[in-house]
Each structure stands twice: as structure tokens, then as C-alpha cells.
Design a protein around this ligand. Structure first.
Ligand code: 13P
Length: 254
């Protein structure tokens, strides 16, 4: 059985003082949870703070984006090696808030996915459809195409030990989460798509659900066979709510 993984995506929230409080509250609330892996993806400037507060705890840390290049004249970019310098283990790739606001193409996202892997970071690849696409019934085609850019360029084996997060765009920050059946159905589609090409990769990859996860819906979502955990936005800004979500995931791992 795959161990559940719960990832906090703080987005552009926090400051040194509030982060310290939040991370200390995470540590206190999560130290006894053994059946779930927990990662917090902080804004770049706070990687050093996360490293200093979280080292030697059961919580890992990561970033919300990375450069597709190794090094060079790329103003404002942050490389995979820089993330590693601060002990990051995970990086979110292709979050829809970036893909739409910063025009990230699927090709760019595929390059970043490989860049993370090349440097020993676990990529958390975000995929998902818009409400119009869901209402038109083309959500599997849309998510399939997002995966195809990576599969066609690098092969399905690159999904081994990687993380895919299904984040329907209509569910992000809206309070309207996918139902556990909707999530399971898409997660099953994603895993079987990879499995037809590389069964081992499909079994080792984790598929998270993201989009308005809260302590209540986390219980049902976590119980689904192909839901390996969650990517949590708003509720990760409250240690109490985030801990309850981690607890729900942990109980399903046991
Ligand atoms: P919310 O949990 O705030 O809906 O955000 C989800 C998300 O975008 C996680 O990456």
C-alpha cells in the first residue's frame, strides 16, 4: 500500500513571524503521526526558515515552482540546485494559478518536471480541467493531454516515485471540492493511463487530490483507493485544520 502524502501549499502567504508560529504548531500537532508523509511548500524566501525549523522533524519542505534551467542569466528564476541547497525535497510544478497567470505551457511544465527529477527533487505535477471542460465531459481528455506532453517527451517511466496532483480548477479556492467519486474516477484514469505504459511507475507514483480540501471532506477523499493524499491550500494556513486533514489521511493508511 502506498503511504499517504499530504502537502501544504502556502501560496503567497505568510511572513517570518507568522510562519514561525505556524510551523511550530505543525510540529506540535503532527509529531506523533507516523502513517502519513507531510511536506510544506513555502514561498522561496522562507526556505531557509523552513529548513531551520523543520530539520530533524517528520515534516519535509519544498517550493512552489522552479526554473527549467540549471544556471545562467535568468532574472528572477530559482534553480533546482538552489532549492536543494536549502534542503527542499519536493517542488510543485504547473499549478494552474501559475499556468494561467504566467502563461506556462505544457512543454515548459514537462521540462520543469524533468529538471526536478534530474536534481533529486520529487515533482508534484498539477493537472486538472476547467468547469467548462468538465461540463462538456472532456475532463479525461484534458488531463490525458496534460500527461501526454511528459509521456511523449520522456516516457511513462519518469512517473516512478513522482507525485501527480489532480486539481480541478473549478475546485481551487472555491469551497466546492470534487466529490470523492469524482476524484477517485479521475485518479483511476490517471493511474491506468500510466499503467498501460509502465505498471511499476503507475504503482509507485502518488496521486493527490487538491481543491477545497477541508477536515470534513478529507475523511471521504482519503478513503478512496487511488487518492494517495492531498495538496492543501487555504486549510494549510491553519495548523489545526491542516493537522486534522493529515490525521484523516493517516487513519486511511493504517
Ligand atoms: P485550496 O485548498 O485553497 O482550494 O487550494 C488548493 C490548491 O490550489 C493547492 O495547490
Amino acid at each position: 500500500m502506498r503511504k499517504k502524502l499530504v502537502v501544504a501549499n502556502w501560496k503567497m502567504h505568510g511572513n517570518l513571524a507568522s510562519n514561525r508560529q505556524l510551523l511550530q504548531a505543525y510540529i506540535a500537532a503532527l509529531s506523533s503521526l507516523k502513517q502519513v508523509d507531510v511536506v510544506v511548500c513555502v514561498p522561496y524566501p522562507y526556505l531557509a526558515q523552513a529548513q531551520s525549523l523543520l530539520q530533524n522533524t517528520n515534516i519535509a519542505w519544498g517550493a512552489q515552482n522552479l526554473s527549467k534551467d540549471d544556471v545562467g542569466a535568468f532574472t528572477g528564476e530559482v534553480s533546482a540546485a538552489m532549492l536543494r541547497d536549502f534542503g527542499a525535497t519536493h517542488v510543485i510544478i504547473g499549478h494552474s494559478e501559475r499556468a494561467t497567470a504566467y502563461c506556462e505551457s505544457d512543454e515548459n511544465i514537462a521540462t520543469k518536471f524533468m529538471q526536478a527529477k534530474k536534481h533529486g527533487l520529487t515533482p508534484i505535477l498539477c493537472v486538472g480541467e476547467t468547469l467548462i471542460e468538465r461540463e462538456a465531459g472532456v475532463m479525461q481528455m484534458v488531463v490525458g493531454q496534460q500527461l501526454d506532453t511528459i509521456i511523449n517527451t520522456y516516457g511513462a517511466s519518469v512517473f516512478a516515485d513522482a507525485v501527480v496532483s489532480y486539481e480541478p480548477i473549478w475546485a481551487i479556492g472555491t469551497g466546492l471540492a470534487a466529490t470523492s467519486d469524482q476524484a477517485q474516477s479521475m485518479h483511476e484514469f490517471i493511474r491506468s493511463k500510466i499503467a498501460t505504459l509502465d505498471n511499476q511507475a503507475a504503482n509507485s507514483m502518488k496521486i493527490l487530490y487538491g481543491g477545497s480540501v477541508n477536515p470534513q471532506n478529507a475523511v471521504q477523499l482519503s478513503a478512496m483507493k487511488d487518492v494517495d493524499g492531498g495538496l492543501i491550500g487555504k486549510c494549510s494556513l491553519s495548523a489545526q485544520e491542516f493537522a486534522k486533514i493529515c490525521q484523516a489521511a493517516s487513519e486511511c493508511s493504517a
